[in-house]
Structure formats: C-alpha cells, structure tokens
Design a protein around this ligand. Structure first.
Ligand SMILES: NC(=O)c1ccc[n+]([C@@H]2O[C@H](COP(=O)([O-])OP(=O)(O)OC[C@H]3O[C@@H](n4cnc5c(N)ncnc54)[C@H](OP(=O)(O)O)[C@@H]3O)[C@@H](O)[C@H]2O)c1
Length: 308
C-alpha cells in the first residue's frame, strides 16, 4: 500500500510517500480501507510522533490519525463491525496513522460514519469534533446558561466548538481574523472579536470558560477573561511541552470515543453540526499539505486517499 511516513527528527522532519506492506489485523483489531483523512497542524511537534508509549524513539511513523473509510477485514475476537461497514474514527496516537491506503484501529475508536455526508467531509470530524466536545463538556463542564470564549473560532477545532457550544444554548464569544468574522457568526457565535484589532480581555471579562486553541500569550491573557471561579482549557501544541503548572493543569490530549463519535454523527445527520472542509488535497500532494499546512479558508484540510 501507499503510505506517508515521517523521517528525520522533531524540528527537522521530512515525509516520504512510500510503498509498504498492508498491516494484518490482530486480535481485537480492524483493518480500515481509508477513503479520506485530515491534517492537524502541529502533529510533527507532538511527542507521540517521535516516541513510543514506553518512551523509546519512534521511527517512520505514519501520521494523521483520523479517517473515514470502510471496514476491510476484522481481526479474531473483534466485535461490533463487519467487512463493508462505513465508519469514521480516531486511532491511537501510538499506532500508525491514516495517511495510507489502510490503517488499523479498534472498535472503541470508531463509529458508523455520518450517513448524510461523504468520506471527505466525515474525515475532518474525529479529531476536531472530539477535541471540541471533550474541551467544552468533559473538561470545561459547559452548560447552556454559561458564557464561553473560544479562541481560533475559524480553525478545525474552533469551528466545531462554536457550533457545539451554541447548540447547548451557551453564549458564545470567539476570536478570529477580519476575514472570518461573518463565518464565525454563521456558526452561531454571538460575539465575534477580531484578534488583530481588539484585545479580547478588554472586551470579555466574565466568561465561565475559555477554550484556548492558540496557546502561549493567549493562554495567560485568557486568565483575565474569566469571571471568578471560571476555567481555561487549552489544547494548543505549545501547551504540551511547557513546565508552567497552570498551563499543564489546563491542557489535555483528545481521546478516541465511540459514544461521542456516534453523537457527533447524529448531530451531523440531523443538520445541527456542519463539518467545515477548507481544502481537499490529493494523496500525491500530501507531503506539502502536511509539512507546511497553510490554509486559505476556514475549517480543516482533508486528504483524499481513495478517489470514489
Ligand atoms: N491537545 C489536543 O488533543 C489537540 C487536538 C487537536 C488540535 N490540537 C492543537 O490545537 C491547535 C489548533 O488546532 P486546529 O486544528 O483548530 O488548527 P487550525 O485549524 O490551524 O486553527 C487555528 C486557528 O487559530 C487562529 N489563530 C491564530 N492565531 C490566533 C490568535 N492569536 N488568536 C485567535 N485565533 C488565532 C487562526 O484563525 P484565523 O484564520 O481567523 O486567523 C486559525 O484558524 C493546534 O496547535 C493543534 O495542534 C490539539
């Protein structure tokens, strides 16, 4: 099969489109024929890209852990799915990812693909949708009577977070560039701040929750945008490697979740949630999209692996 693999080291990474063997599903595993995957900026800097679960150096990792595709083969003693099922999901950060014709996953990492969208649209959901869900509800404990400030509202995670927070009834404020103001409003943001022109903490001081998708200075300034007892949750790549205890306490890494993927699919199929694809890149151009992900539109860059 064709697979994109990472070479070099953190900060000096290159990628190559290689020809390698199709993996075999072991007990408890499922082999997916990948139709599409998506690019999350920052993956080349994540520790899991360069280290195994036991902390040993990791070589030639296949990146991009979210996918939409079809079950090709089910390993022994593996329940819940059968060959031909259309599924989407997020596999383990320590497994080889989905920038390949096939990838391995497990039943707890996947769910039935949303029926009303195609594989390319479904592929941008698992990481961004699950991250937004877990940040807002699992870590942020957001309720429908609260106010949330979402940084980076036009990005992959931000575009899901605005929609999910608005769906619960919360008051949604967000920060975006000038060009994305109308886009953020169309997703349900009630207060849109152009972060190039306005310091968000001058405008918002009473948030119950701030979702920091940017990191660094934005995290620290966000502490001035919450009311007493409020909370900041961060997912930014720069927040992973810091020693600052406040940032560490606010940081989490998204986890696969079949129930949450099932709920996201339901929200998509009922028209409540809209996945935003900023661009569709063919596998042949994947290296460029992955090494220097420059977006020209809001949402997330999808990688088409199989032309349907
Ligand atoms: N911890 C986890 O589990 C996890 C999961 C997913 C992603 N991540 C990380 O989270 C970050 C965001 O991911 P993503 O996929 O949403 O990235 P993305 O699609 O590139 O979105 C980032 C957005 O941030 C905005 N932005 C840049 N500087 C800003 C600032 N100073 N203030 C407000 N907004 C700003 C940009 O908006 P404009 O275009 O409007 O300027 C851009 O759309 C990345 O670092 C990624 O690696 C972590």
């Amino acid at each position: 099969m064709k697979a994109i693999r990472i070479y070099g080291s953190s900060g000096h990474a290159t990628v190559s489109l290689d020809e390698i063997a199709v993996p075999n599903p072991a007990t408890g595993e499922i082999l997916i024929r990948v139709h599409a995957t998506a690019v999350t900026p920052g993956e080349l800097e994540w520790s899991t890209t360069w280290q195994t679960q036991k902390g040993a150096p990791r070589v030639h990792a296949i990146p991009l852990h979210e996918f939409s595709g079809v079950v090709e083969q089910v390993g022994p003693n593996t329940e819940g799915f059968k060959k031909g099922d259309a599924v989407y999901g997020l596999n383990s950060w320590f497994s080889d990812g989905a920038a390949a014709d096939f990838c391995l996953t497990t039943p707890v990492e996947i769910a039935a693909k949303p029926a009303k969208i195609d594989h390319v649209q479904a592929a941008v959901v698992p990481i961004s949708g699950l991250t937004a869900w877990q940040a807002l509800f699992d870590h942020g404990k957001l309720t429908g009577t609260q106010k949330v400030l979402i940084h980076g509202g036009a990005g992959g995670v931000g575009s899901f977070a605005i929609q999910l927070a608005a769906w619960t009834g919360a008051f949604v404020a967000t920060t975006v560039s000038t060009a994305n103001i109308e886009f953020a409003r169309s997703l349900g943001a009630a207060e849109v701040i152009d972060y190039h022109k306005t310091r968000f903490e001058d405008q918002v001081r009473d948030a119950d929750l701030v979702l920091d998708l940017v990191g660094g200075d934005t995290f620290h300034r966000s502490l001035h945008a919450i009311k007493q007892g409020g909370k900041v949750v961060t997912i930014a790549t720069s927040s992973e490697s810091t020693d600052d205890p406040k940032v560490k306490a606010a940081f989490f890494i998204v986890e696969p979740s079949r129930p949450q993927l099932t709920e996201l699919a339901r929200l998509i199929d009922t028209g409540i949630l809209r996945p935003i694809v900023s661009e569709v890149v063919p596998m042949a151009n994947a290296a460029k999209a992955f090494l220097s992900p420059k977006k020209t539109a809001p949402g997330k860059v999808a990688l088409r692996v199989l032309t349907e």
